[in-house]
Design a protein around this ligand. Structure first.
Ligand code: COA
Length: 152
């Protein structure tokens, strides 16, 4: 029998920020600095969710509304030992519900063109690949924009 890990999705608090920064550094070669993460939390308190397991933060997602009806996922990261346990999917489901409650008619995000793992993850969640955006990242890498619509 495989034991299911108990995971709680909740709003991020100030106390979580160091743990989130540490996951950010493990996940990305161009991590958001702490000041930016703090600013995003201050500006979008209901758009910043944490996943808690084993008594600690093991993942987070940031999603905001732009231009009235477009949800935008700015970042999602899972602590590497906790990957492939459906925690990222749970975070995405919760943030997408929030964005829809706040008026989003579609949700967009960008992934590095080389980040096929993330693209597979988003495809599994119903996102579709849209346009490519050259030089989107600081190192010049192209982004693949992806979108999930709730209508039609
Ligand atoms: C992408 C990421 C958020 C996925 O989180 P996760 O909790 O590991 O994903 P889940 O367990 O919910 O995966 C759900 C499904 O997505 C797909 N998927 C997830 N990771 C995958 C991988 N490495 N390779 C292929 N498919 C993958 C699978 O279909 C998976 O279902 P399955 O395990 O039943 O096959 C996580 O790998 C991560 O933090 N990556 C580093 C940061 C990053 O790239 N963020 C996205 C930036 S755009």
């Amino acid at each position: 029998m495989v034991a299911q890990r108990l995971v709680r999705i909740r709003d991020v608090t100030q106390k979580d920020m160091q743990a989130i920064l540490s996951i950010e550094y493990k996940c990305f070669k161009d991590p958001y600095p702490l000041a930016l993460l703090n600013r995003l939390r201050a500006m979008h308190p209901d758009g910043f969710l944490a996943a808690e397991a084993d008594g600690k933060v093991v993942g987070y997602v940031i999603g905001i509304i732009r231009w009235g009806a477009t949800g935008h996922i700015l970042a999602i990261g899972i602590d590497p030992p906790y990957k492939r346990q459906q925690i990222g999917s749970a975070l995405m489901k919760h943030i997408i519900d929030r964005l829809r409650e706040n008026g989003a008619k579609l949700v967009r995000l960008e992934a590095r063109k080389s980040n096929l793992e993330a693209q597979r993850f988003y495809l599994k969640l119903g996102f579709r690949r849209r346009e490519e955006i050259p030089y989107y990242y600081e190192d010049g890498e192209t982004a693949v924009a992806m979108e999930r619509s709730f209508e039609g």
